[in-house]
Design a protein around this ligand. Sequence first.
Ligand SMILES: NC(=O)c1ccc[n+]([C@@H]2O[C@H](COP(=O)([O-])OP(=O)(O)OC[C@H]3O[C@@H](n4cnc5c(N)ncnc54)[C@H](O)[C@@H]3O)[C@@H](O)[C@H]2O)c1
Length: 276
Amino acid sequence: MTGRLADKVALVTGGARGIGLAVARAFAREGAALVIADVNRAGAEAASAGLAEAGGRAMAVAVDVADPASIAAMVEAILARHGRLDILVNNAGVGGNTPFLETRLEDWNRIIGINLTGAFLVAQACAREMVRGGGGKIVNIASLSGQRGGDGRAAYGAAKAGLELLTKVMAVELSEHGINVNNIAPGAIETEMARFAHDAATRAAYGYLIPMTRYGTPEEIADAAVFLCSDEARYVQGHTLNVDGGFRAAGLMFKRAAPPAAGAAPTPTTTNGGTP
Ligand SMILES: NC(=O)c1ccc[n+]([C@@H]2O[C@H](COP(=O)([O-])OP(=O)(O)OC[C@H]3O[C@@H](n4cnc5c(N)ncnc54)[C@H](O)[C@@H]3O)[C@@H](O)[C@H]2O)c1
């Protein structure tokens, strides 16, 4: 196999669809052998079969990242097939969009349990194997919601902010084992999660707040993941790579029209500095 990830064994959690599936496809294109792990077993199997049909190497594993026993079984299955693990993309996650005052403890626990505790458990189990194998690459999929205080993002944003800090600690502690640990923080990306969670007003607001004026694609996150998992990123450590069309960078953009109110006709672009 040739490619930037030739013959690496790569695990992508939440790989049945969306960003995870795009990452798996990009890694297969770069020569990696894929493990697609997802709570949606049928989805993981379909994704794995799709990669194989396209000439890639892939296996599917059912996992619930919130369940340590399920993670242990996943790692065992990977080792039984490949004997080692070189790359982890910690991507499995669930969205959340509930106002702070209405966030119930069970919602909080579910979102933290999958997006933060789940990522911790998977990373720890995989890093132990990478230590044994003499090195590896871990990419955690965080979010711009972990950096900016958006409406309704109490649990989801706290989980993603926690994941960013966890990444830094892992980078510090795992450097001596030859393991690079970095984050990708996607902005608004066109996936099922976004289609479900973003209503018309949210989409209009993003269109206004993102300098590049559009949602990103899963493939644009996948390309960043290939870079971070390749040898080209060997000195990138504990970093958060925002892939967000400039959302985080932006401040006052007074030459833009304000977003239309939900249900209203779009506001025409002004030439004299429409203010937000
Ligand atoms: N789409 C966006 O705009 C966006 C923005 C920032 C960050 N993210 C993050 O990117 C990652 C992927 O998001 P996406 O948009 O592709 O979402 P998605 O909902 O399309 O895909 C998520 C995948 O994770 C799987 N999953 C959910 N819970 C799981 C569990 N407990 N165990 C194993 N697998 C589980 C789902 O079955 C699904 O296949 C998530 O961590 C998300 O928080 C997404």
